[in-house]
Design a protein around this ligand. Structure first.
Ligand code: ADP
Length: 201
C-alpha cells in the first residue's frame, strides 16, 4: 500500500493541491472530512462524546456543537486530549478502511496535523508538505475565512512551525504568493509521475 500523507499549515493550499491529484485520478482520503462525518448527526463519535462531555456539547440536530467544543479545547489542553482520545481512534479506523479500499497505484491521505500528531508519519510511505511563507498563509486565511490577523495567528500558534513541517517532508510543493495554477499543476504532474514509479518499484 503506497500512501502519500499530504499536509501543510492552514491556508498553505492543501485542498488546492489535493484537488489537482484527484483530477489525475488519485484517490483522496481526507482526515478532516472523516472527523466531520463521525461528529455529524448519527456519527459514531457522538454517543461517546455525549458520555464524556455531557449533552451540553450536542447540538439540537444531534451533531457536535463545534463552536462550543472549539472554545473548550482551545482553552483547555486536558479537554483537548479527552476529545482526541475519542475521535482519533475512530478517524484512524475509518482512514484505514478507506486506505484498504482505495483503488489505484497509490493514494493520498490529507492530514492537516500530520506533523503535530506524530503517529501519522510512520503510517504513510512519504510525507508531502505544501509550503508557503507565513505571511502568504495569513493573507489567504484572512481572505478565505474573513478572520482577523490575530485569529489566524492564534490558529497557527497551535500548529507546527513552517520549519518543523519542512523538516518532516519527503517532498514539497511550493505554493507561494507567485505560484500560479499552472506552476502548481506542473509540480503535481512531476510528483504524480514519481509516485507512480515508486509505487510500482
Ligand atoms: P488549506 O486546505 O491548506 O487550508 P486551501 O487550498 O483551502 O488551503 O487554500 C487557502 C486559500 O488560498 C483558498 O481560498 C485558495 O483558493 C487560496 N489559494 C491557494 N493557493 C493559492 C495560490 N497559489 N494563489 C492564490 N490563491 C491560492
Amino acid at each position: 500500500m503506497f500512501s502519500i500523507g499530504l499536509t501543510g499549515g492552514i491556508g498553505s493550499g492543501k485542498s488546492t493541491v489535493a484537488d489537482l491529484f484527484a483530477a489525475r485520478g488519485v484517490p483522496l482520503i481526507d482526515a478532516d472530512l472523516i472527523a466531520h462525518q463521525i461528529t455529524a448527526p448519527g456519527g459514531v463519535a457522538m454517543p461517546l462524546i455525549a458520555g464524556e462531555f455531557g449533552d451540553g456539547f450536542i447540538a439540537a440536530d444531534g451533531s457536535l456543537d463545534r463552536a462550543k467544543m472549539r472554545a473548550l479545547v482551545f482553552a483547555d489542553d486536558t479537554a483537548k486530549a479527552r476529545l482526541e482520545g475519542i475521535v482519533h481512534p475512530l478517524i484512524r479506523a475509518e482512514t484505514e478502511r478507506q486506505r484498504l479500499a482505495a483503488q489505484g497505484a497509490y493514494h493520498i491521505v490529507v492530514v492537516p496535523l500530520l506533523v503535530e500528531s506524530g503517529e501519522w508519519a510512520s503510517r504513510v510511505s512519504r510525507v508531502l508538505v505544501v509550503d508557503c511563507p507565513v505571511e502568504t498563509q495569513i493573507a489567504r486565511v484572512m481572505r478565505r475565512n474573513g478572520f482577523t490577523r490575530e485569529q489566524v495567528l492564534a490558529i497557527m500558534a497551535k500548529q507546527a512551525s513552517r520549519e518543523a513541517r519542512l523538516a518532516a517532508a519527503d517532498d514539497i510543493v511550493i505554493n507561494n504568493e507567485i505560484a500560479t495554477r499552472d506552476a502548481l499543476a506542473q509540480q503535481v504532474d512531476a510528483l504524480h509521475a514519481r509516485y507512480l514509479s515508486l509505487a510500482s518499484a
